[in-house]
Design a protein around this ligand. Structure first.
Ligand code: PHE
Length: 337
């Protein structure tokens, strides 16, 4: 037995692992449940008292040698990494930070502009019912103006649809909060349109709503002017064109003056120098009544804009699809903003 242990001891002392796995195999071979040392200890049971003493000592010696070997190599393989040319003390490179999506950047900016004048933010579900997306907004069933927004309906339940605008959030807000109301509703909306450089079947909107006593069209115009100047600069000029929305009366579309200094300005403004940025109007009394707000006492204005459109203007992006493809080469360009 002693010669066998002596042989094993030599083997242990001569062992030099090349990898973590080899070291682990070594540990299992000697210290594992059915390992060499366990075997030796049980062999010991049958030995004479004389042999027991010397062999026991030798086995303990062997065990210590194994343990020492393992301990001495424990950190060897971690050290190998340190020895390579990876400098773990180097500060993290700045360009490894992610970047905010341009739509989020613009959304945050718009929200910030309206927060300054007391607007809060409200949100609602993307799967809406007919009432909140259409009927409450003065768009009863079969109303031809429903065709203005090609809608995705949920087949299993014809009362449900993907919201076509965030006006639905404003209805929910009016139903649950009493005037004065000042809220903006950012969110994703869906329309069944062919995808192109200028249109997409999903996009983002921010709609605003202000309801109080004696709110007038002048308040609306002033608010839009403030917004346009904050967003596009102090010199920005706006104009309002009469328009139609079923939920506002009167309604208007707002253009900002973009100029036509160069060919691309000329192209995006179709030669006029003016660019449409949003739709707005005085909330139709029917809509207020639908939400249990007394239209004799209260009046208000609403407006809505597409975030992609504002982002395209601010960042000079000419293809809407870029916002949805999430190509990092595109997104990275916004990392410092
Ligand atoms: N909800 C309208 C749309 O999506 C925009 C709008 C909002 C117009 C509020 C007027 C007032 O087209």
């Amino acid at each position: 037995m002693l010669t066998q242990i002596d042989k094993l001891l030599k083997e242990v002392n001569g062992f030099s692992p090349d990898s973590k796995e080899e070291l682990e195999a070594f540990r299992l071979k000697y210290l594992g449940k059915k390992g060499v040392l366990g075997g030796l200890f049980s062999d010991l049971k049958g030995a004479t008292p004389q042999d027991k003493k010397s062999a026991g000592l030798a086995i303990n010696n062997l065990k210590n040698a194994v343990q020492e070997k393992i301990n001495s190599h424990k950190n060897t393989f971690d050290k190998v990494i340190k020895k390579s040319n990876i400098d773990t003390s180097k500060p993290v490179g700045l360009n490894s930070f992610g970047s905010r999506h341009p739509i989020s950047l613009i959304k945050n900016q718009i929200v910030g502009v309206f927060k300054k004048i007391g607007f809060g933010v409200s949100e609602g579900p993307e799967i809406e019912d007919d009432w909140h997306n259409f009927s409450a907004l003065n768009l009863p069933k079969e109303h031809p103006a429903r065709d203005m927004q090609d809608t995705f309906f949920i087949q299993a339940n014809p009362d449900l649809l993907l919201r076509t605008h965030t006006s639905s959030v404003q209805v929910r807000h009016m139903e649950s909060v009493r005037p004065p109301i000042r809220t903006i509703s950012p969110g994703r909306v869906y329309r069944n349109e062919a995808v192109s450089a200028r249109a997409h079947c999903l996009f983002h909107q921010i709609e605003g709503l202000y309801i109080d006593e004696h709110v007038s069209f002048a308040d609306l115009k002033q608010t839009i002017m403030y917004f346009a100047k904050e967003m596009f600069g102090e010199e920005t000029k706006i104009r309002l064109r009469p328009s139609f929305f079923p939920f506002t009366e009167p309604s208007a579309e707002v253009d900002i003056y973009w100029g036509s200094k160069n060919e691309s300005d000329y192209r995006i403004t179709k030669g006029t120098g003016w660019l449409e940025i949003l739709g707005c109007g005085m909330v139709d009394p029917n809509v207020l009544e639908n939400c249990n707000i007394d239209s004799k006492k209260h009046s208000g204005f609403a407006f809505g804009m597409g975030i992609e459109r504002i982002a395209m203007l601010k960042y000079g992006v000419t293809d809407l699809r870029l916002f949805f493809e999430n190509d990092v080469r595109f997104l990275k360009q916004f990392s410092s903003l």
